[in-house]
Design a protein around this ligand. Structure first.
Ligand SMILES: NC(=O)c1ccc[n+]([C@@H]2O[C@H](COP(=O)([O-])OP(=O)(O)OC[C@H]3O[C@@H](n4cnc5c(N)ncnc54)[C@H](OP(=O)(O)O)[C@@H]3O)[C@@H](O)[C@H]2O)c1
Length: 253
């Protein structure tokens, strides 16, 4: 799909990867971008990039009224980037309760699903388009200290496949983006290697342009996703050996 001239929306636009999506979409010539964040004040630096094309929207993806209000405001969309996500860095067993697991599921699974449900009809009415879901390699294989995040991303990977199947006949491309560890605030306690957030945004937007459904940005994601096909147990054991703060050779950030 051609990105130049379309209207796009980015959730979690103030975040590490989200802000790179906004900058790169502007460089690719979008007509307009709705930049979304839980707090409008966090969007000022993005609006100042190009006030004629960047429109701030307050959006909490876990709040159905907030999602519905955003959909009402953005009827001209062709490209939705579901980037908002959270990791509370808890083990499945080590966590003191399951509150953090529920919170991650609310944002990473139910929030993303709500966005797909609210915006797919808008893309259909505009003749088709693309939905880009920020998933994770960790939806396919676990680190030992963020298991509930992995479970939420696994649910989101399954949901992305299902949404793709439902929307295929409506001219809507559904892209799943599965980076390994990215060099952002969300992963500040996670071990290297880390891919640069700009590279994640670039690879995801290139997938939209090339009509590619699944993308694994960065060296770690490329290698581990290949190993998951050839040696899934080896990939599981490799990731299970990571500890917070570990530095391994082969950093690709
Ligand atoms: N960093 C990694 O290693 C990594 C790897 C694979 C995939 N990802 C995925 O990439 C996406 C972007 O993450 P990032 O690394 O750029 O992290 P980040 O810098 O922490 O950004 C996350 C963004 O999501 C927003 N957000 C969180 N909860 C939200 C909610 N309920 N409603 C709306 N927005 C919400 C945050 O807003 P606030 O500023 O208000 O908190 C922030 O803008 C996430 O989906 C993440 O899971 C990240």
């Amino acid at each position: 799909m051609q990105i130049s001239g379309v209207v796009a929306l980015v959730t979690g636009a103030n975040g590490g990867i989200g802000s790179h999506f906004v900058e790169q979409l502007l460089n690719l010539g979008v007509a307009k971008i709705y930049v979304c964040a839980r707090s409008l004040g966090k969007l000022n630096p993005l609006v100042s990039l190009d006030p004629a094309r960047v429109f701030p929207i307050e959006l909490d993806v876990t709040n159905p009224q907030s999602v519905a209000a955003a959909a009402t405001q953005c009827q001209d969309l062709r490209l939705v980037i579901n980037n908002a996500g959270t990791s509370l860095n808890q083990g499945l067993i080590a966590a003191s309760d399951i509150d953090s697991a529920r919170a991650e599921m609310e944002v990473n699974y139910f929030g993303m699903l709500s966005m797909c449900r609210a915006f797919a009809p808008i893309l259909k009415q505009n003749g088709g388009g693309a939905i880009v879901n920020l998933l994770s390699l960790l939806g396919k294989v676990n680190l030992p200290f963020s298991g509930s995040y992995s479970a939420s991303k696994a649910a989101a990977i399954s949901m992305t496949q299902g949404v793709r199947a439902e929307l295929a006949a409506q001219g809507i491309l559904v892209v799943g983006v599965m980076p390994g560890t990215v060099d952002t605030e969300l992963a500040k306690e996670w071990p290297n290697p880390k891919v640069a957030p700009a590279e994640v945004a670039r690879a995801a937007l290139q997938a939209v342009i090339d009509d590619v459904e699944d993308v694994y940005p960065g060296e770690q994601a490329t290698q581990v996703s290949a190993q998951l096909l050839s040696d899934p147990k080896g990939a599981e054991k490799y990731m299970a050996g990571f500890l917070p703060g570990m530095v391994l050779a082969g950093t690709d950030a």
